[in-house]
Design a protein around this ligand. Sequence first.
Ligand code: SP5
Ligand code: ZN
Length: 342
Amino acid sequence: MKWFFSSQQRTHQGGVEMNRGTMVPCHESAERCDIIAAALQAGGYGPPTAPTDGGEAPLRALHDGAYVDFLRQAYPDWQASGRSGSALPFTFVGPGMRRDRVGASIFARLGHYGFDVGTPIVEGTWNAAYWSAQTALSAAAAIAQGETLAFALCRPPGHHAGRAQFGGYCYLNNAALAAQALRHAGHQRVAVLDVDYHHGNGTQELFWNRQDVFYGSIHADPETDFPFFSGFADETGEGAGHGATLNLPLPQGTTWDTYQTALDTLCQAATNHGASAVVLSLGVDTWQGDPISGFSLQTSDFYHLGQRIARLGCPVLVVMEGGYAVAEVGHNVLKVIAGLRG
Ligand code: SP5
Ligand code: ZN
């Protein structure tokens, strides 16, 4: 199995995030990818393949161009405004306010493009997010060239990032970029299966109106968990995309027993959609000991998760999303990969 990673992805060191009203150290750390990388090497998967630099064109084909410019410029502009530390929004656009105005002030632009106060932009954020996206795109190219399984060690993660929106520790939508690359490589239908604990609102938004890319997700019920305002079961896509979005929210405390039934439903839907390639948006924050999450999957369950995805019989591109129990993320990811290899 080829796996992709660049040490450039370490340059985002978020510092602090606001979490339920208090500033806490960022859960999404560079240590996460170090541990997964070390586990892969110890597991015999060899050294990573460095991503190639595909430039900004694929990013701009999916994300809003002005948003990509904002991400690149946000920290220099924050510094030019005389500030240091983490750039975070604090004012958002409410109903009746000017959604149409991006604003010139860095504070306005942070509020325009951001949807939470937990996703800091620092000096190395753009560089890390850029290379995280290139990692996903390079892994997609490997699948396009005939690999049946590839792992993109993306970090920062991506599934909360929308066309012109950052949040949930995400800036560029790595999984969506990979799915789009697989479409360009000739797969007529692609399924993004999202098993991160949180609903991937960004991926859903990007493919909401499209029939060619199915988006299906199993996640914590937004009644109780982030991102709170998307991921309900009645969100099924619109227009040509009607029926090509599937949300399977589950309650806190969910164990494998319940989870596997939802996973069967998710996989069946991907088959019904006719997907010939799968992007697995993999979060291992469903593990029972995750510090910010509330499911109760055991490490051994991740093997069965991988096995079920493998039974789809499609090439699988794994894109790393969340998982914050740093001592355990490596083991859990390796279990998924072992299950995928059968
Ligand atoms: C990619 C990904 O997994 N993003 C997750 C972003 C979650 N951000 C908000 C987390 C709030 C968690 N608060 C839980 C407190 C438990 N003590
Ligand atoms: Zn998550």
